[in-house]
Design a protein around this ligand. Structure first.
Ligand SMILES: [Zn+2]
Length: 262
Protein backbone atom coordinates (compact mmCIF):
# COMPACT_ATOMS: atom_id res chain seq x y z
CA UNK A 1 0.00 0.00 0.00
CA UNK A 2 1.24 3.49 -0.83
CA UNK A 3 1.84 5.67 2.19
CA UNK A 4 -0.06 8.94 1.92
CA UNK A 5 0.89 11.93 4.08
CA UNK A 6 -2.01 13.60 5.86
CA UNK A 7 -3.08 16.64 3.86
CA UNK A 8 -2.45 18.99 6.83
CA UNK A 9 1.23 17.93 6.95
CA UNK A 10 1.60 18.41 3.20
CA UNK A 11 0.05 21.89 3.35
CA UNK A 12 2.15 22.89 6.33
CA UNK A 13 5.43 21.81 4.69
CA UNK A 14 4.42 23.49 1.44
CA UNK A 15 3.52 26.76 3.21
CA UNK A 16 6.87 26.94 4.97
CA UNK A 17 8.79 26.73 1.67
CA UNK A 18 6.55 28.65 -0.69
CA UNK A 19 6.60 32.43 -0.57
CA UNK A 20 3.27 34.10 -0.14
CA UNK A 21 1.78 37.18 -1.78
CA UNK A 22 3.29 39.97 0.33
CA UNK A 23 3.09 42.87 -2.15
CA UNK A 24 0.19 44.59 -3.97
CA UNK A 25 -1.59 42.73 -6.80
CA UNK A 26 -0.78 39.38 -5.15
CA UNK A 27 2.89 39.78 -6.06
CA UNK A 28 5.44 37.67 -4.20
CA UNK A 29 8.49 39.79 -5.09
CA UNK A 30 9.19 43.49 -5.60
CA UNK A 31 11.49 45.08 -8.17
CA UNK A 32 12.59 48.72 -8.37
CA UNK A 33 14.32 50.27 -11.36
CA UNK A 34 16.71 53.11 -10.53
CA UNK A 35 19.06 55.36 -12.48
CA UNK A 36 22.00 57.39 -11.17
CA UNK A 37 23.71 60.73 -11.98
CA UNK A 38 20.93 62.45 -14.03
CA UNK A 39 22.60 61.41 -17.29
CA UNK A 40 21.00 63.12 -20.28
CA UNK A 41 20.07 59.84 -21.97
CA UNK A 42 17.79 59.11 -19.01
CA UNK A 43 15.46 61.97 -19.92
CA UNK A 44 15.95 61.58 -23.68
CA UNK A 45 15.57 57.78 -23.98
CA UNK A 46 14.85 56.18 -20.59
CA UNK A 47 11.89 58.20 -19.32
CA UNK A 48 9.94 58.02 -22.63
CA UNK A 49 10.26 54.18 -22.46
CA UNK A 50 9.08 54.13 -18.83
CA UNK A 51 6.19 56.48 -19.58
CA UNK A 52 5.11 54.43 -22.60
CA UNK A 53 4.79 51.37 -20.33
CA UNK A 54 3.29 53.39 -17.43
CA UNK A 55 6.16 52.42 -15.13
CA UNK A 56 7.59 54.65 -12.39
CA UNK A 57 11.30 54.56 -11.63
CA UNK A 58 13.68 56.27 -9.21
CA UNK A 59 16.24 58.85 -10.35
CA UNK A 60 19.19 59.87 -8.17
CA UNK A 61 20.06 63.33 -9.44
CA UNK A 62 23.22 65.47 -9.45
CA UNK A 63 22.85 69.20 -10.15
CA UNK A 64 25.84 69.25 -12.55
CA UNK A 65 24.28 66.77 -14.97
CA UNK A 66 20.79 68.28 -14.63
CA UNK A 67 21.97 71.56 -16.15
CA UNK A 68 20.13 72.34 -19.38
CA UNK A 69 17.59 69.58 -18.71
CA UNK A 70 15.89 71.04 -15.63
CA UNK A 71 12.53 71.33 -17.40
CA UNK A 72 12.57 67.65 -18.40
CA UNK A 73 13.44 66.66 -14.84
CA UNK A 74 10.50 68.67 -13.57
CA UNK A 75 8.28 66.85 -16.07
CA UNK A 76 9.64 63.52 -14.80
CA UNK A 77 8.78 64.53 -11.23
CA UNK A 78 5.30 65.67 -12.33
CA UNK A 79 4.78 62.34 -14.13
CA UNK A 80 5.29 60.53 -10.80
CA UNK A 81 8.86 59.29 -11.08
CA UNK A 82 10.75 59.36 -7.82
CA UNK A 83 13.29 62.18 -7.64
CA UNK A 84 16.14 61.50 -5.23
CA UNK A 85 19.57 62.83 -4.19
CA UNK A 86 23.03 61.68 -5.40
CA UNK A 87 25.16 64.56 -3.93
CA UNK A 88 26.61 67.55 -5.80
CA UNK A 89 30.27 66.47 -5.95
CA UNK A 90 29.85 62.70 -6.50
CA UNK A 91 32.79 61.77 -4.28
CA UNK A 92 33.96 58.17 -4.50
CA UNK A 93 37.32 56.61 -3.69
CA UNK A 94 40.09 58.91 -4.94
CA UNK A 95 41.63 55.95 -6.75
CA UNK A 96 39.35 56.84 -9.65
CA UNK A 97 41.41 58.81 -12.19
CA UNK A 98 38.72 61.45 -12.70
CA UNK A 99 38.86 62.29 -8.98
CA UNK A 100 42.68 62.09 -8.77
CA UNK A 101 42.94 64.72 -11.50
CA UNK A 102 40.86 67.07 -9.30
CA UNK A 103 42.71 66.09 -6.09
CA UNK A 104 39.44 64.80 -4.57
CA UNK A 105 38.28 61.54 -3.00
CA UNK A 106 36.40 60.10 -0.03
CA UNK A 107 39.75 59.23 1.62
CA UNK A 108 40.55 62.94 2.02
CA UNK A 109 36.98 64.10 2.69
CA UNK A 110 34.98 64.63 5.89
CA UNK A 111 31.46 64.13 7.22
CA UNK A 112 30.95 67.91 7.38
CA UNK A 113 31.86 68.29 3.69
CA UNK A 114 29.44 65.52 2.70
CA UNK A 115 26.68 67.03 4.80
CA UNK A 116 27.09 70.35 2.99
CA UNK A 117 27.42 68.68 -0.42
CA UNK A 118 24.21 66.69 0.08
CA UNK A 119 22.36 69.81 1.26
CA UNK A 120 23.50 71.76 -1.80
CA UNK A 121 22.20 69.01 -4.12
CA UNK A 122 18.94 68.79 -2.17
CA UNK A 123 18.26 72.51 -2.58
CA UNK A 124 19.06 72.52 -6.30
CA UNK A 125 16.93 69.45 -7.00
CA UNK A 126 14.01 70.79 -5.02
CA UNK A 127 14.17 74.22 -6.66
CA UNK A 128 14.23 72.82 -10.20
CA UNK A 129 11.90 69.83 -9.94
CA UNK A 130 9.53 70.89 -7.15
CA UNK A 131 10.14 67.50 -5.52
CA UNK A 132 11.91 67.14 -2.15
CA UNK A 133 14.02 63.96 -2.30
CA UNK A 134 13.31 61.40 0.41
CA UNK A 135 15.91 58.97 -0.89
CA UNK A 136 19.66 58.98 -1.48
CA UNK A 137 22.08 56.86 -3.50
CA UNK A 138 25.73 56.66 -2.35
CA UNK A 139 28.00 57.64 -5.29
CA UNK A 140 29.84 54.48 -6.44
CA UNK A 141 27.94 52.70 -3.64
CA UNK A 142 30.68 53.79 -1.19
CA UNK A 143 29.73 54.73 2.37
CA UNK A 144 32.94 55.95 4.07
CA UNK A 145 35.17 58.99 4.56
CA UNK A 146 38.80 59.03 5.70
CA UNK A 147 41.66 56.53 5.81
CA UNK A 148 42.67 53.61 8.00
CA UNK A 149 42.02 54.13 11.71
CA UNK A 150 40.31 57.46 10.92
CA UNK A 151 37.67 55.97 8.57
CA UNK A 152 34.10 56.96 9.40
CA UNK A 153 30.88 55.69 7.95
CA UNK A 154 28.49 58.24 6.54
CA UNK A 155 25.58 55.81 6.75
CA UNK A 156 24.38 57.47 10.03
CA UNK A 157 24.30 60.87 8.27
CA UNK A 158 22.09 59.38 5.53
CA UNK A 159 19.88 57.65 8.11
CA UNK A 160 19.32 61.03 9.82
CA UNK A 161 18.76 63.01 6.62
CA UNK A 162 16.73 60.68 4.36
CA UNK A 163 14.04 57.99 4.55
CA UNK A 164 16.51 55.60 2.94
CA UNK A 165 19.91 55.21 1.22
CA UNK A 166 20.77 52.89 -1.68
CA UNK A 167 24.19 51.31 -2.33
CA UNK A 168 25.35 49.74 -5.62
CA UNK A 169 27.06 46.72 -7.17
CA UNK A 170 25.82 44.46 -4.40
CA UNK A 171 25.38 40.70 -4.55
CA UNK A 172 22.03 40.26 -2.87
CA UNK A 173 18.41 41.33 -2.96
CA UNK A 174 16.79 42.92 0.13
CA UNK A 175 14.96 40.88 2.72
CA UNK A 176 11.81 42.87 3.62
CA UNK A 177 11.93 41.36 7.12
CA UNK A 178 15.54 42.37 7.76
CA UNK A 179 16.98 45.14 5.57
CA UNK A 180 18.42 48.41 6.88
CA UNK A 181 16.72 51.32 5.06
CA UNK A 182 19.99 53.29 5.25
CA UNK A 183 21.72 50.62 3.10
CA UNK A 184 19.29 49.23 0.55
CA UNK A 185 21.20 46.82 -1.71
CA UNK A 186 21.19 47.13 -5.50
CA UNK A 187 22.47 45.20 -8.50
CA UNK A 188 23.92 46.90 -11.57
CA UNK A 189 21.72 46.61 -14.68
CA UNK A 190 24.27 48.27 -17.01
CA UNK A 191 25.58 46.44 -20.07
CA UNK A 192 23.27 43.44 -19.76
CA UNK A 193 20.97 41.73 -22.24
CA UNK A 194 17.37 40.99 -21.27
CA UNK A 195 18.29 37.31 -20.79
CA UNK A 196 21.08 38.30 -18.39
CA UNK A 197 18.79 40.66 -16.46
CA UNK A 198 16.09 38.00 -16.23
CA UNK A 199 18.62 35.42 -15.01
CA UNK A 200 19.95 37.89 -12.43
CA UNK A 201 16.46 38.54 -11.05
CA UNK A 202 15.45 34.88 -11.04
CA UNK A 203 18.68 33.92 -9.24
CA UNK A 204 18.41 36.76 -6.71
CA UNK A 205 14.84 36.18 -5.67
CA UNK A 206 13.96 34.44 -2.44
CA UNK A 207 10.77 34.57 -0.35
CA UNK A 208 9.32 38.07 -0.82
CA UNK A 209 12.72 39.42 -1.93
CA UNK A 210 12.95 43.06 -2.99
CA UNK A 211 15.32 43.41 -5.93
CA UNK A 212 16.66 46.88 -6.73
CA UNK A 213 18.36 47.45 -10.08
CA UNK A 214 20.57 50.47 -10.80
CA UNK A 215 21.82 51.83 -14.11
CA UNK A 216 23.43 54.89 -15.67
CA UNK A 217 23.01 55.80 -19.37
CA UNK A 218 20.09 54.40 -21.39
CA UNK A 219 20.60 53.57 -25.07
CA UNK A 220 22.81 51.26 -27.12
CA UNK A 221 24.51 48.48 -25.14
CA UNK A 222 27.67 49.61 -23.28
CA UNK A 223 29.48 49.11 -19.95
CA UNK A 224 27.64 51.99 -18.22
CA UNK A 225 24.49 51.87 -20.34
CA UNK A 226 21.18 50.12 -19.80
CA UNK A 227 20.31 48.63 -23.19
CA UNK A 228 17.06 50.29 -24.29
CA UNK A 229 15.66 47.11 -25.86
CA UNK A 230 16.59 45.02 -22.80
CA UNK A 231 14.83 47.63 -20.63
CA UNK A 232 11.61 47.32 -22.64
CA UNK A 233 11.68 43.51 -22.50
CA UNK A 234 12.45 43.62 -18.77
CA UNK A 235 9.47 45.92 -18.10
CA UNK A 236 7.15 43.61 -20.07
CA UNK A 237 8.45 40.61 -18.13
CA UNK A 238 8.06 42.32 -14.74
CA UNK A 239 4.57 43.61 -15.56
CA UNK A 240 3.24 40.19 -16.56
CA UNK A 241 1.13 39.13 -13.50
CA UNK A 242 2.07 35.47 -13.93
CA UNK A 243 5.67 36.32 -13.00
CA UNK A 244 4.47 37.65 -9.61
CA UNK A 245 6.54 40.85 -9.43
CA UNK A 246 5.45 44.24 -8.11
CA UNK A 247 7.30 46.97 -10.03
CA UNK A 248 7.48 50.23 -8.07
CA UNK A 249 9.90 53.01 -7.09
CA UNK A 250 12.42 52.45 -4.30
CA UNK A 251 10.57 54.80 -1.95
CA UNK A 252 7.17 53.25 -2.71
CA UNK A 253 8.40 49.73 -1.94
CA UNK A 254 10.22 50.92 1.19
CA UNK A 255 7.11 52.74 2.47
CA UNK A 256 4.87 49.79 1.62
CA UNK A 257 7.09 47.39 3.61
CA UNK A 258 7.21 49.88 6.50
CA UNK A 259 3.41 50.03 6.66
CA UNK A 260 3.12 46.22 6.55
CA UNK A 261 5.34 46.01 9.63
CA UNK A 262 3.37 48.60 11.65
ZN1 LIG B 1 26.76 57.98 -9.56
Amino acid sequence: MKYVLPISVVLCVFASFASHAFYPNKAKYAVSLSFDDARKSQVDIGIPILNKHDVKATFYLMPYHMQGKEQQWKQAADAGHEIANHTASHLCTGNFRWLRKQNKGLEQSSLSFLKQDIKQAQQYIETHTGAAPKGFAYPCGQTFVGRGTEVKSYVPLIAETFSYGRTWNDETANDPFYYDPAQIRAFSMDGKTFEQLKALIEQAKFNNAWIVLAGHEVGKKGPYTVDEHALQQLIQFLKDPKNEYWLATVNDVHEYINKKHE
